[in-house]
Design a protein around this ligand. Structure first.
Ligand code: SF4
Length: 162
């Protein structure tokens, strides 16, 4: 049986984003892995029970690792603090990854849950900053390698080494 890959559900076309849209990734390799039964889809935010659509959220005061350490938190345009839900979503995504023995993940860039090298700066003005989402930080802390959609070459090479 081939190695499994945890994947953001929105990359598979599921309309689970905050705006009820998706980020379908059209790539033959992804279609092939899906056919092989390698893909384990998860949306951490939906898994945590957040509604769709939901207010756009950003991490204020740091990156995913800082949220996990209690040094940063989530904010929304509506003034909510959905930090607990984001942490719970990360834990549920990790549990699913571990159940399926995923050592690799392919997660949506820019998201406060799934981002792997870019997030937003917490001022809710659409300004990006380097950083990772809460789920990405927790997966990485447990030895799972997280790739973004523009790193499919690297993911493919990693998969071939497993
Ligand atoms: Fe996609 Fe992740 Fe956002 Fe869910 S939390 S919509 S999987 S980027």
């Amino acid at each position: 049986e081939g190695a499994r890959i945890l994947v953001s559900a929105c990359l598979l076309g599921e309309p689970v984003r905050y705006d009820a849209g998706h980020k379908r990734l059209l790539d033959e390799r992804l279609a092939h892995w899906r056919m092989e039964g390698r893909l384990v889809p998860v949306c951490p935010e939906v898994a945590a029970g957040l509604p769709t659509p939901r207010p756009a959220a950003e991490i204020l005061g740091g990156s995913g690792v800082d949220v996990l350490a209690g040094r940063a938190h989530l904010v929304t345009q509506e003034g909510d603090d959905p930090t607990d839900a984001f942490r719970r979503g990360a834990e549920l995504a990790l549990a699913i990854a571990q159940r399926h023995h995923c050592r690799l993940a392919l997660l949506t860039e820019g998201s406060p849950s799934c981002g792997s090298s870019t997030i937003y700066d917490g001022n809710l003005q659409g300004v990006k900053r380097p950083g990772e989402g809460v789920t990405t930080a927790l997966l990485r802390a447990h030895g799972i390698t997280v790739y973004s959609p523009d790193q499919l070459d690297e993911l493919t090479q990693h998969l071939e080494r497993l």
